[in-house]
Design a protein around this ligand. Structure first.
Ligand code: GAL
Length: 379
């Protein structure tokens, strides 16, 4: 489907309204562990986009302003007037990536693209096939959330061979790896920042995490997938924030919870049985595991913010509710909406012919600390 200049103008106008709305609502709006959506067939996406643009066009044909026409010119230059976009997600059954996927879908469809999402099912071989299929189908651009960071070289070589402009999201390769292909860009967050903010949330408590006053902060760390750079940096920098502030720390346990709520619950339950009152802080690399840990904390008769602290990352709706009611010490907004907007903007620049120099291929969206004081801004 090729959009006429005027239709693009209308789409631009409605996008402006959309982005203004979106800016005021950066918080996650998908329930954790929600059922993954089934993949929408490409034809349905196209029909919807056509129906929407036709209606808009008919209703407002005479009202198209010069400004909108100018905007359409600019859009046509950078977007290629729509196109087929393939999106690979590492797995659909991930609370945060579900929010992110929904945001991408809304933005891309709102701009008139035909978009197909594939579920990598946490299997890199499966995702490699999906990438190859997209290339064989002749997609105009790819947005890829790699299953394994270690597969970055192979993914980059594949998309480079095919000459397909590609935006990597959520799992950041190294600058050297990305330098292999100048039509490739990473949009995401610097996970060191989220780890540091988790540490600061603990430092901001009245006793800086040392609830029992023995001179050290005793914690357990519930990690995501340890292969993932987000998990590595959050684990390292949350504790580093404490030691940088002069606190002594004691790691009672560190276990992988693979970003999963049930695993978070199991690990916290076992550790609470084993270490009891000695645990002063539970660091979770994400909110879904923190919600699981909270279930274990409550079952063990402990009270967050009184005899134990609990922090996560993502700002899922469920976590925001727990922060508001005092059952989580805090969380860190992982801005799915902002990252999705950034990914689509970068993709459109690539489609417009932009190339990226080495060292300039990472575009970051800031994390934001969420505490009881500001949680209402995110709900
Ligand atoms: C992180 C997020 C986790 C999980 C992970 C997947 O950024 O905090 O909840 O979605 O990405 O790679």
């Amino acid at each position: 489907m090729r959009l006429s200049k005027k239709v693009v103008a209308m789409a631009m106008a409605s996008m402006m309204v959309f982005s203004m709305t979106a800016c005021g609502n950066t918080a996650d709006s998908t329930p954790a562990n929600s059922e993954p959506e089934t993949e929408a067939p490409a034809t349905e996406e196209t029909d919807t986009a056509e129906a929407e643009t036709e209606t808009t066009d008919a209703a407002t044909e005479e009202a198209a302003t010069d400004a909108a026409e100018d905007a359409a010119d600019a859009a046509a230059a950078t977007t290629g007037e729509g196109g087929n976009i393939g999106v690979c997600i590492y797995k659909f059954d991930d609370a945060f990536m579900t929010t992110y996927r929904n945001a991408l879908q809304e933005i891309l469809e709102g701009k008139g693209y035909t978009v197909t999402f594939m579920d990598g099912k946490n299997d890199q071989a499966e995702q490699n096939n999906q990438i190859n299929n997209f290339i064989a189908q002749g997609v105009d651009a790819l947005i890829i959330n790699p299953v394994m960071t270690s597969a970055a070289d192979q993914i980059i070589a594949t998309v480079k061979d095919a000459g397909v402009p590609t935006v990597l999201i959520n799992r950041e390769p190294t600058a050297e790896q990305m330098a292999a292909y100048d039509k490739l860009v990473y949009v995401g967050c610097d996970a060191r920042q989220s780890g540091t903010m988790q540490g600061e949330l603990i430092l901001d408590t009245p006793n800086k995490g040392d609830i029992n006053g023995d001179g050290k902060v005793s914690y357990i760390m519930i990690q995501g997938d340890p292969e993932n750079i987000d998990a590595q940096y959050r684990t390292e920098f949350s504790v580093k924030a404490l030691t940088d502030a002069g606190m002594e720390v004691e790691e009672l346990d560190l276990q992988r919870g693979d970003w999963d709520r049930n695993k978070g619950q199991e690990i916290a339950q076992n550790d609470l049985a084993k270490f009891g009152e000695d645990i002063e802080v539970i660091f979770c690399n994400n909110d879904d595991m923190a919600i699981g840990a909270l279930q274990a904390i409550q079952a063990a008769g402990r009270t967050v913010n009184e005899d134990i602290y609990l922090v996560g990352v993502d700002a899922l709706d469920a976590a925001l509710n727990e922060v508001a009611s005092g059952n989580m010490t805090g969380t860190v907004l992982n801005d799915a909406q902002g990252q999705a907007e950034g990914a689509v903007a970068a993709m459109e620049e690539l489609l417009g012919g932009k190339t990226y120099a080495e060292g300039e291929q990472s575009i970051y969206v800031d994390y934001v600390k969420v505490t009881p004081d500001n949680v209402a801004d995110f709900q």
